[in-house]
Design a protein around this ligand. Structure first.
Ligand SMILES: NC(=O)c1ccc[n+]([C@@H]2O[C@H](COP(=O)([O-])OP(=O)(O)OC[C@H]3O[C@@H](n4cnc5c(N)ncnc54)[C@H](OP(=O)(O)O)[C@@H]3O)[C@@H](O)[C@H]2O)c1
Length: 288
């Protein structure tokens, strides 16, 4: 399995990432530095997590450690614009603020709209601000998170759309497979990132997962992450334990059979362990 794939923006993204919610600004530098040492190259943050500066410090420490083999272009830093900052002017300001927070790593690889929870005008303004950030060169790719099909259709219908989203980051695991939404994303070549890929720990004792873990000499978390990779999602597991960081990255030396993947699918249960803005009601301005 390749360790990076190409986004529709032309940039590449690692196939697994390190989640950083709710990691504090104070603990972020060490945890991120350790995550990079464990092999992760994608670090997922957000304005809302309030840890961008700490993450950038952790990445910077790793880059400084080996100026020949540790390259900025190998690391992929993601952040997100919070709902309260939707709208053109607020988003312009907050993108600038995030760029200042991560000044020591130079640029941002991906900025997502954290969720669609505002209204047409504000979502649209935010997207225009993001497009401008890409055109200015300070941000490499842009995308969305927690967007349902209607939110995506709205975005794709903006009259001044110049860049389509590269990513939709969604809660996805075997108990919440979002098949229709995933199919829609793929139709437009949007890469799907899977957050809460470990079900926030809730299903790690599932009997079938335990059987598969025993068969492959892995733990149930690794089985869930392998499931995600084999669906073509980019999982972004979070942990504050260095030993678990290593385990969660150690998922490239086995693969699940088609039958096993099917046996893990509980999509009909539709269990959301986090929040679900994909169902946030869209206003009726699409057709105006
Ligand atoms: N876009 C969005 O709206 C959104 C929403 C939620 C999350 N996210 C992103 O996705 C990332 C991951 O999602 P998440 O934090 O909700 O859930 P998750 O990664 O599914 O689960 C994290 C939980 O699993 C535990 N854990 C991790 N590895 C383990 C292992 N090997 N064995 C046993 N337990 C393990 C962690 O505990 P310890 O820390 O104690 O190890 C933590 O309690 C977040 O950090 C964030 O970056 C995005």
């Amino acid at each position: 399995m390749e360790k990076r794939i190409k986004l529709n923006s032309g940039n590449t993204i690692p196939v697994i990432g390190f989640g950083t919610w709710p990691i504090t600004e104070e603990s972020a530098p060490d945890l991120v530095y350790n995550a990079l040492k464990a092999g992760y190259r994608l670090i997922d943050s957000a304005e809302y997590y309030d840890n961008e500066k700490g993450i950038a410090r952790g990445i910077h420490k790793w880059l400084e450690e080996d100026k020949i083999y540790h390259k900025r272009s190998d690391v992929f830093f993601t952040t997100k614009i919070d709902d309260k900052d939707h709208g053109y002017l607020k988003s312009k300001a907050v993108i600038k603020k995030s760029l200042r927070n991560v000044e020591c790593i130079g640029y941002i690889d991906l900025i997502l709209i954290h969720s669609p929870q505002s209204d047409y005008k504000r979502r649209h303004g935010t997207w225009i601000a993001l497009q401008e950030a890409v055109e200015e060169g300070s941000v490499k790719s842009i995308g969305v998170s927690n967007y349902g099909i209607d939110h995506l259709k709205e975005l794709l219908s903006y009259p001044d759309l110049r860049i389509i989203p590269s990513v939709n980051q969604l809660e996805i695991h075997p108990w919440l497979t979002r098949k229709e939404l995933v199919q829609f994303c793929r139709k437009f070549n949007l890469t799907v990132e899977a957050y809460s890929p470990l079900t926030q720990g809730n299903k790690l004792n599932d009997v079938n997962l335990k059987l598969l873990a025993k068969k492959y000499h892995k733990c149930t978390a690794q089985i869930l992450l392998r499931w995600s990779l084999e669906q073509g999602f980019i999982p972004i597991p979070k942990t504050t334990h260095v030993s678990r960081m290593r385990l969660n990255y150690d998922v490239f030396d086995f693969s699940l059979t088609q039958k096993e993947l099917v046996s893990m699918d509980h999509g009909e249960e539709n269990i959301c362990f986090c929040w679900d803005p994909t169902i946030y009601p869209i206003d009726n301005k699409i057709s105006n």
